[in-house]
Ligand binder design. Structure first.
Ligand code: PXP
Length: 245
């Protein structure tokens, strides 16, 4: 029996990385968001980092205002970011840990060990009508803590799975399956993301609990070779095949 549809949210951060390399306006992440939606994406994700190394405030404002999409704003749970999100009110926010020196988000949030600021951020965002997800390792204790904090969703960190050699992926996949089951048991929507590519999407998309995947670096890189619309369509095709549709 086909599973429920799974949303593909296309992360356009690295279109902005390329733009910023030359300091001009090209290539434009707003245009990439539009093209991804036209090609069949179900949403767009942007990570507004404290150092604005790729996506900038104006990009988020323009995507929110100009592109018909389910915008997922990825951000740290800081006062500055919560204020921006509450002003723009995207449909969804994903809270992530952020360190200035990291190349990309390196691990899930420590929800269990977080101070009151994380819960306060979740409350303010949810109060603004935003669906809040927390980016976590597929650890049932962290997932249950996310539910206690009032999040509506968790995004499971797929990086260690996707980056492992194919032969070593089994244990990572087992942890992700356990995490997905824990999310459902806790009443949370289950999302997944980080490092996913054509060769790793299938087993994640086949998990019935997973409702959304967020994919950026691979799709933007692959766009160089086959174009963004073709890459989005091919990824959607692999997702549909894994869902039995
Ligand atoms: N999910 C989260 C929380 C992330 O931080 C990132 C990277 O910005 C992604 C998903 C997408 O990862 P990738 O760019 O490797 O597809």
């Amino acid at each position: 029996m086909p599973l429920t549809p799974l949303r593909l949210s296309v992360n356009v951060d690295h279109v902005a990385t390329l733009r910023n390399a030359r300091g001009g306006a090209f290539p434009c992440p707003v245009e990439a968001a539009r093209v991804a939606m036209e090609a069949g994406a179900d949403g767009v994700t942007v990570h507004l980092r404290e150092d604005r190394r790729h996506i900038r405030d104006r990009d988020v404002e323009r995507i929110a205002a100009e592109v018909e999409t389910r915008l997922n704003l990825e951000m740290a749970a800081t006062e500055e970011m919560v204020a921006i999100a509450c002003r723009l009110r995207p449909p969804a926010c994903c809270l992530v840990p952020e360190r200035r020196q990291e190349l990309t988000t390196e691990g899930g949030l420590d929800v269990l060990g977080a101070g009151p600021a994380l819960g306060e951020a979740v409350r303010r965002l949810a109060g603004a009508g935003i669906e809040v997800s927390l980016f976590v390792e597929p650890d049932p204790a962290q997932i249950e803590a996310a539910a206690r904090l009032g999040a509506q969703a968790v995004e499971l960190h797929t990086g260690p799975y996707a980056e492992a050699p194919e032969a070593a992926r089994g244990p990572h996949l087992a942890r992700l399956r356990q995490g997905a089951a824990a999310a459902r048991a806790a009443g949370l929507a289950c999302h997944a993301g980080h490092g996913l590519a054509y060769d790793s999407i299938g087993p994640v998309a086949a998990m019935p609990e997973v409702e959304e995947v967020s994919i950026g670096h691979f799709l933007v890189g692959q766009a160089l070779f086959e174009g963004l619309p073709a890459a989005v369509r091919r990824m959607k095709g692999l997702i549909a095949a894994a869902r039995g549709g």
